[in-house]
Write a protein that binds this ligand. Structure first.
Ligand code: BG6
Ligand code: MG
Length: 218
């Protein structure tokens, strides 16, 4: 008999590549404040909440602002970001994702989303994946950001699966730490050098084999 197991997916960098849109919006914001924001700087924002991202960005530019101004900038950034998101289609689902979800459906394995993004449901809707997840946990549901395990623990609860029987797919260091702290199996999507703390690491979703998945679920 198959063991009771569930999968939890991060969104940005695992299901879709929205990091490029976050980057454009943050870069334009930085430029409007008079400093530059590089792609390397952008790595620091992966998996990080919107509010924390602004703090990091302002630190890089050495800019101090009032709370009121920060709120205005958060809205400005998100408005630009949503402009890109609203144009997204299913073409932007990363290679390998559909195959993986099809495999899970065929094998009756439940899966949830565990994302820091408050825009997660909209993005899933745009790419046509919203109705495929048994549960969605996003930036609106959590009080503690990754690397806190809260987002994944809520996901496990919603799926009615014990944390130790959950497999998390993540591209951010903070996300791998969150999964490990939740006592889940962590699968890093990206570079081994960066995601070394993960139980398994794959360069991208497309190179994950059916054999690997079968081993996980049996
Ligand atoms: C995470 C991204 O998934 O969501 C971060 O990796 C982003 O880069 C965070 O800042 C919050 O996203 P949003 O859509 O709520 O601004
Ligand atoms: Mg991510």
């Amino acid at each position: 008999m198959k063991k009771e197991i569930a999968f939890i997916f991060d969104l940005d960098g695992v299901i879709v590549d929205t990091a490029k849109y976050h980057y454009l919006a943050w870069k334009n914001l930085a430029n409007s404040l008079g400093f530059d924001f590089t792609e390397k700087n952008n790595e620091l924002l992966k998996g990080v909440s919107r509010v924390k991202s602004l703090e990091i960005l302002l630190n890089i530019g050495n800019v101090q602002l009032s709370e009121e101004k920060k709120q205005t900038l958060l809205v400005q950034k998100n408005t630009e970001y949503l402009g890109y998101v609203n144009k997204m289609t299913s073409d932007e689902i990363l290679p390998g994702v559909n195959e993986l979800l099809n495999f899970l459906d065929t094998n009756n394995i439940k899966y949830a989303l565990g994302s820091a993004s408050k825009n997660a449901p909209l993005i899933l809707e745009k790419v046509g994946l919203l109705n495929r997840f048994s549960a969605i946990v996003d930036g609106n549901d959590v009080s503690k950001a990754k690397p806190d395990p809260e987002v994944f623990l809520i996901g496990a609860k919603k799926l009615h699966i014990k944390p130790e029987n959950c497999v998390v797919f993540e591209d951010a260091i903070a996300g791998i730490e969150a999964a490990n702290r939740a006592n889940m199996i962590s699968v890093g999507i990206g570079e081994k050098e960066v995601l070394g703390e993960a139980t398994f690491v794959f360069e991208n979703m497309a190179v994950i084999t059916t054999d690997f998945l079968k081993n996980l679920i049996n």
